[in-house]
Ligand binder design. Structure first.
Ligand code: SD4
Length: 292
């Protein structure tokens, strides 16, 4: 088991993100900085094909990002949906939380807000992402609809020594989504939820299957009722499978969770789902519980 401070994040690159978060916490003593800078590592990593730079664009070849940020101490939240032109959507989500009376900004006006706040506007379509979009387009014309598998949203959760919980989530969303499509990641309670008295949860996978069930909120509520983080993740996935009348393997829903005590867990329906964990004594990539 892990001891506080501890971080957990989706996918294998979540390990580097958790390490960066822990380092930042030790240097700045700020859980917000820790989560934000941890997520920056994935947003800047071109090899991560559904977060930040290097992510896959929408059907029109445009990068549209979703991100959310939550601090459990006073239940504060901020998010951005379908925002274009910013390398670090997680930072804009945090800024929405800290610098506005609102919890969510969307689209062109979210980008305008980011600009006004001093975030640089950048072209975030990498050459490799553009090439893969062109290949996808060509396949659409030939009716060959074999999909490139790109799902690796980062959801990163952290708990400080004091029990202070903070979480964030950032993604370019489903590859080749309809322009304007918003996923689970910026929706408080779906892609991310942090309750300062209980714990936190975050999601990756097919957002539509998470948002119809407020997946992350449900995990936290199950923990509030006494479940362990792992039990809560499994119960939520089973609830979704029941609602969808589908086998878990057909859902692509995957979660990370932690409680205030620092117990962490992950469970999902994708056989390739992995997550990263770090505390002061170790950091590793672990195989989550597979719900099938
Ligand atoms: C979405 N949940 O936009 C995101 C995609 C994802 O890992 O998780 N990719 O639906």
């Amino acid at each position: 088991s892990f001891s506080r401070p501890a971080f957990i994040a989706t996918w294998p690159f979540g390990k580097a993100a958790c390490q960066a978060a822990l380092q930042t916490l030790l240097q700045t003593e700020s859980m917000r900085d820790a989560v934000e800078l941890g997520i920056h590592t994935a947003e800047s990593d071109e090899s991560v094909t559904s977060v930040g730079y290097g992510g896959r664009p929408n059907a029109a070849g445009v990068m549209q990002f979703d991100a959310s940020f939550m601090d459990g101490e006073r239940q504060q939240a901020g998010s951005v949906a379908a925002i274009e032109g910013v390398r670090h959507p997680i930072s804009v989500a945090r800024r929405v939380m800290e610098a506005t009376p609102h919890a969510m900004l969307a689209g062109a006006d979210a980008a305008k807000f980011a600009q006004q706040q001093g975030f640089p506007t950048e072209d975030l379509l990498s050459p490799a992402a553009k090439a893969s979009w062109l290949r996808w387009q060509a396949k659409q014309q030939t009716g060959d609809d074999e999909q490139e598998k790109t799902h690796d949203t980062i959801a990163l959760l952290g708990v400080a020594d004091s029990g202070h919980l903070v979480g964030g989530c950032s993604t370019s969303g489903m590859a080749y989504k309809l322009p304007g499509r918003v996923g689970d990641s910026p929706l408080i309670g779906s892609g991310l939820y942090v309750d300062g008295a209980v714990g936190a949860a975050g999601a990756t996978g097919i957002g539509e299957n998470v948002m119809r069930y407020c997946g992350s909120f449900l995990i936290v509520e199950f923990m509030r009722q006494g479940m362990t983080p792992l039990e809560a993740c499994i119960a939520t996935i089973r609830r979704i499978a029941e609602g969808e009348r589908k086998a878990p393997a057909a859902l692509s829903v995957n979660f990370v969770a932690m409680n205030k005590a620092g117990h962490v867990a992950a469970a999902g329906t994708d056989t390739d789902f992995l997550c990263g964990i770090a505390d002061q004594s170790r950091s590793l990539v672990v195989q989550p519980y597979l719900v099938d």
